[in-house]
Design a protein around this ligand. Structure first.
Ligand SMILES: [Zn+2]
Length: 261
């Protein structure tokens, strides 16, 4: 089955949501464990609270978490608003190893945003524990909070391989994580072999006269696809209508639909 992505059509804009292509990656994952890492990464990027990576069955007492402890906690705080820093914190803690599979700006395709796909090997299973700190009225001048509680605890992130997908322009957001049975030099090709992931091919078809056109490489120049209809440019498209359609440049009465793959 040819997977096609829903085109977003408006004047001077013919795009597909980059996060939909990351959804394709997740739908084609080898196993469901990507969700565990995804939830953990969301937890680590979600707040200003400390977020510690601990071994799965570590028993942590409330006293051990005291932020005022003079020797400090012997646990890595991996939390950060930036996903990129969370990954490097986990890497520095010796829990994961990462490698960039894909870092791509939206050019020569119809994507709304850039994409980053990072291969992550979780070498030791871990759990993230978010500890919320607060200050009592007597301690507000102090650098260290005198109150703390475990606010959130992730499920175990199993050892194994994962693909972490992000989309964005300057600042990238987590879009999905796929659990994989292995990562190799072929992973890049595997991604582009997923129908639709490339998002560089666009087919247009009129629902009235049946004319068909194709455009490639993110181009707005539509060439007739085995029919007598004239070539046209999306720049000149008119009559933007409902359901992401434009007026047919050939018959003038039909609606032209777009499919990006
Ligand atoms: Zn037509």
């Amino acid at each position: 089955m040819m997977a096609t992505l829903e085109a977003c059509v408006s004047k001077y804009s013919l795009t597909v949501d980059a996060s939909e292509t990351i959804d394709l990656m997740v739908q084609n994952a080898d196993n469901p464990w990507g969700r565990r890492l995804r939830d953990a990464l969301i937890q680590a990027t979600s707040g200003r609270d400390a977020c510690f990576a601990v071994s799965p069955y570590a028993a942590l007492s409330h006293a051990e978490m005291d932020p005022r402890a003079s020797d400090g906690l012997d646990l890595p705080d991996v939390g950060d608003a930036s996903l990129c820093r969370v990954l490097s914190n986990l890497e520095a803690a010796g829990l994961i190893a990462t490698r960039t599979v894909l870092h791509e700006a939206p050019s020569e395709n119809y994507l709304t945003d850039g994409r980053i796909v990072t291969a992550v090997e979780v070498m030791r299973p871990f759990v993230l524990v978010t500890v919320r700190h607060s200050w009592s009225s007597g301690a507000w001048r102090s650098m260290y909070a005198d109150r703390w509680e475990i606010a959130e605890r992730s499920y175990i992130v199993p050892a194994g391989w994962y693909l972490v997908g992000e989309v964005g322009e300057h600042c990238y957001d987590l879009a999905g994580v796929a659990g994989m049975d292995g990562i190799s030099d072929d992973t890049f090709c595997w991604l582009y072999d997923l129908e639709g992931f490339d998002a560089s091919h666009c087919m247009a078809e009129c629902d009235s006269c049946g004319s068909r056109w194709t455009a490639d490489g993110g181009s707005w120049r539509f060439e007739p696809d085995w029919c007598d209809a004239p070539a046209w440019s999306f720049d000149d498209a008119e009559d933007f209508g409902p359901n992401e359609t434009v007026g047919c440049p050939s018959c003038g009465t039909g609606r032209v639909y777009f499919q990006i793959s």
